[in-house]
Design a protein around this ligand. Sequence first.
Ligand SMILES: [Zn+2]
Length: 396
Amino acid sequence: MKMKKCCLFDKPEEKFKDNKDFSVIKKYGEIPAPNECSRSLLKCNKCGALFLYQFLEWNDSYYNDYIQVENEEQANKLNEELSFSKFSTNNNPMIKISSDKRVSFQLPNSSSRVRQIIDALSNEDQDKLKELNVSNEEIENVLKSIDKKAEKLDSEILEYINNVEKEINYTFVEEYKNYLLKHSSLKPDKNVLGLSNGTEKIVRYLYSVDPSSKTYILKFQNFDSKLKNKLVPFAELEFGDILCFERETNKIVIYNHETDTIDFIANNWNDFIKELYDDYVYKTKNGFEYRYKGLKVIITANEVNEELTNYADKIIEYYFENKDKIINHLFEKFEKYELYVEAYTKEKIIEKIGKPTIYVNKVNLGEITYLNNELDEHLITIELYGLEISYVTIDG
Ligand SMILES: [Zn+2]
């Protein structure tokens, strides 16, 4: 598959005007870097070609780099893969504005033979391989060199992790180490975290295990708290709170610096990653899905509109403001049928029932459903008319 070069590359370089030639499609926000660094997805106003754009401040200079991408998926992938300093090392067509405001175009056909072979291989472009007149032996050598490079990077990261572990006398869980090996970007793809009280926190970035990084994890281990010896900080949240591993249990907690307390977030690393979400609405086989204040919303309609999402968001706000009332409503039903009250105490039921999922199929017709309750395999559902809680059904 070949990407059609954007029409901008046919103009003289000095004619390029980013604010006139592009419109913004999506903002990726801030990227971990020593100074300011942000990214967005841009679209050429003339031919519609897409560009992943990075603005970077570095030693009091400003750099603007635009990588042409095939589609939004590739932009998301590159955004995830490329750290701020690696942004210009790829083989797509690029526009670069250096700190002295000089514009230069970089086109991949001027790249090295090895680079061209790698691209032809990854795109399964047989015509290109033929055109380059590549022998099987040459292909093998190129593949070997890629493998070696990847191995070298992995072993370097593992060594970094090892050093950190020795230094803080703590062994990280394997899932966390694997995450660091697989993700070069320290900003999680989805970075919103919903707390049990209905507030949301933004994960700014994970600390780096690379000792040359400004966000090197060891720089953050010595914080002023009575809980210091119980926690291993690994990520920074907006407004200065930090995410930590609890040494004893490897559970994930938030350390609140103002109150010197911790809040439980997840039992383990994988659950923590699953808890993270973003602001987007996703189409699924059940309709549409998104998360708000940490709760999942499923809209079972053919189309989403603001009326439906507003109603779902209102249910969630109602839920957090009236948790007690909702739980008591459930208990009336439980007591009537003596279903759970014999087996568990009220506290145990609250703990085991878990987070609800909100279903909406029409405005003012919703459901609070406990899909993941650990009491048994029943589905516990409270019907809602507007914001009035109504029938409880316990389904097998
Ligand atoms: Zn264009």
